[in-house]
Design a protein around this ligand. Structure first.
Ligand code: 4GX
Length: 253
C-alpha cells in the first residue's frame, strides 16, 4: 500500500510542478508514494465558483468560505476513520523531524487543506480539521509551500524512497545532531585541501572524526539541540576533546 497524500488547493499547478522532479517524481512513479491534487474551486456550488467572501464583522482581506471545504471532504473522503485532515496555518503546531516521522507512520490517508487570503472560516478548523500544522513562525501567501515541505520531508522517510542508503546507519548515528562536513574531488582546490583523515582509508578513525565534527558543529551553531540529544560515553569523550582543542587554540592566540 503506497503512502497516500491529498492536497486541496486553488492552485493545483503550483504543486504538480514540484512533484514532477527528482526523488518525489521517482517515488510516485514507483507507486511507493501517491499525491493527488484537487482543485477546491471544483467544489464551489455557486455559479461564479467563488471560494472566498468578505469577513463578517468587517475588516481588511478576504476569508475562504467553509462550504467548498466541507463539500470536497464529504464527497471524496466520507469516512472519518480513514482520513487525517491537516490544515496548514501559522497557528498550528510547529513542524519538525518528529512530526515528519509520525506522519510517515500514519496509516490513514493524509489530506492537506491549503488556504489563501487572510483566513479560512473558523468552522473548517473547528469541525473538519484533525490537526493544524505550521512550518515556521512567518507568514506566507498560502498553504501550498507548507504542504510541499511536509510531503517532501515525510516522503524521504518512507522505506524505498531514498534507495538503500540514507535512513539506515547514517541518520541514526547523527539523529538530532547537525551534519559533519563533506568533501569530494578535487583533493586540492584553490589552495584548500581535504582533511587527511578522510583520505586515510581508516574507517573507524573516519567515523570518529565525523562524529566529533557533528558534535562540534552542533555546539557552535545550534547548542540547544545538544541539550535534547542523548550523549553516549563516547560522545562525552569527544565533547571533552572539542573543548580541549578550543582551549589549546585560545592559549596559542
Ligand atoms: N505554516 N500560511 C495559510 C492562510 C490561512 C490563514 C489562517 C488557515 C488559517 C503557514 C505557515 C502560513 C499563511 C498558510 C496563511 N490558512 N502555513 N494561509 N507559516 O503562513 O503553515
Amino acid at each position: 500500500m503506497p503512502k497516500k497524500f491529498h492536497v486541496v488547493t486553488i492552485f493545483p499547478e503550483m504543486l504538480k510542478t514540484y512533484l514532477g522532479y527528482g526523488i518525489l517524481k521517482r517515488a510516485i512513479q514507483k507507486s511507493i508514494l501517491s499525491v493527488e491534487i484537487h482543485n477546491l474551486r471544483d467544489y464551489s456550488r455557486d455559479k461564479h465558483k467563488t471560494v472566498d467572501d468578505y469577513p463578517f464583522g468587517g475588516g481588511a482581506g478576504m476569508v475562504m468560505k467553509p462550504d467548498p471545504f466541507f463539500e470536497i471532504v464529504e464527497s471524496l473522503w466520507p469516512e472519518k476513520e480513514k482520513r487525517k485532515i491537516v490544515m496548514l496555518s501559522p497557528r498550528g503546531r510547529l513542524f519538525n523531524q518528529d512530526t515528519a516521522l509520525g506522519l510517515s507512520r500514519e496509516e490513514k490517508d493524509i489530506i492537506f487543506l491549503c488556504g489563501r487570503y487572510e483566513a479560512i472560516d473558523q468552522r473548517v478548523s473547528d469541525h473538519l480539521v484533525d490537526e493544524e500544522i505550521s512550518i515556521g513562525d512567518y507568514i506566507l501567501t498560502g498553504g501550498e509551500l507548507p504542504a510541499l515541505v511536509i510531503i517532501d520531508a515525510v516522503a524521504r522517510l518512507i522505506p524505498g524512497v531514498l534507495g538503500d542508503f540514507g535512513s539506515t546507519e547514517e541518520e541514526s548515528f547523527s539523529w538530532g545532531l547537525l551534519d559533519y562536513p563533506h568533501y569530494t574531488r578535487p583533493e586540492h582546490f584553490q589552495g584548500m585541501s581535504v582533511p587527511d583523515v578522510l583520505l586515510s582509508g581508516n574507517h573507524s578513525e573516519i567515523n570518529r572524526w565525523r562524529k566529533k565534527q557533528a558534535i562540534k558543529t552542533t555546539l557552535e551553531k545550534r547548542p540547544e539541540l545538544l541539550d535534547k540529544y542523548l550523549l553516549s560515553d563516547k560522545d562525552r569523550e569527544l565533547l571533552e576533546e572539542i573543548k580541549e582543542d578550543s582551549n589549546e587554540l585560545d592559549r596559542s592566540n
